[in-house]
Design a protein. Structure first.
Length: 208
């Protein structure tokens, strides 16, 4: 039975925009900074077997705090096959090539309401291995216009993005993961989230 992990989401929603396009007026859109310390390792590397690891881990910004049904396996707990599901933007740390849409078994993707990434990059080109069992320091930043991803201080992905187009005003932030038929340790060793809460008149929200 393909397995999945329940999402780990903050209980209190964050208001990230006022309903107007962020790119038109940056004051109407929240800015976020999210440093992570990740360690992902297939149990096969511990047990010395030939089995591959699981599917991966994702940082998600979602309009709903509940896990979509039938979102195990390649769906990473983000979405399912229903194209009309809850809105979500995610950064996936994909450790298994599940279909032709995946670059390889070692890539990062920016997903919008789908696991078919709007932008993705293989970390192999940078000398990083997501499922190598070692710590990866990741920095996710959004400035109201662009989403950037840095791994061990190296810029690996930058994509222009207006969150107000894809997400409701209030969202939940956190993580989801899936291991498919195999086993894998998806460890978030540390996580901080700071962002401008638009609903709080621009006050800074900080979570650790």
């Amino acid at each position: 039975m393909p397995s999945k992990l329940p999402p780990i989401l903050e209980e209190v929603p964050l208001r990230i925009h006022r309903g107007e396009p962020c790119i038109r007026n940056l004051l109407d859109c929240g800015k976020t900074v999210t440093p992570l310390l990740l360690s992902i390792q297939p149990l096969s590397s511990i047990s010395k077997t030939e089995s591959p690891g699981g599917e991966g881990l994702a940082f998600i910004i979602a309009g709903d705090s509940t896990l979509p049904p039938y979102s195990e396996g390649r769906w990473l707990g983000i979405v399912n096959s229903d194209p009309n599901g809850s809105p979500v933007v995610a950064v996936e740390f994909d450790t298994r090539k599940s279909d032709d849409q995946d670059l390889d078994d070692n890539h990062i993707g920016l997903d919008i309401n789908s696991i078919n990434s709007n932008a993705s990059v293989s970390l192999t080109h940078f000398g990083f291995n997501i499922s190598g069992g070692h710590d990866l320091r990741v920095l996710l930043q959004y400035d109201g216009q662009n989403w950037t991803v840095r791994v061990n201080e190296t810029l690996v992905l930058s994509q222009r993005l207006d969150l107000s187009i894809y997400l409701p005003k209030k969202v939940f932030v956190g993580f989801s993961a899936s291991t498919s038929n195999e086993t894998q340790l998806n460890c978030v060793k540390s996580w901080e989230f700071s962002g401008t809460d638009i609903g709080g008149e621009g006050n800074l929200l900080w979570v650790a």
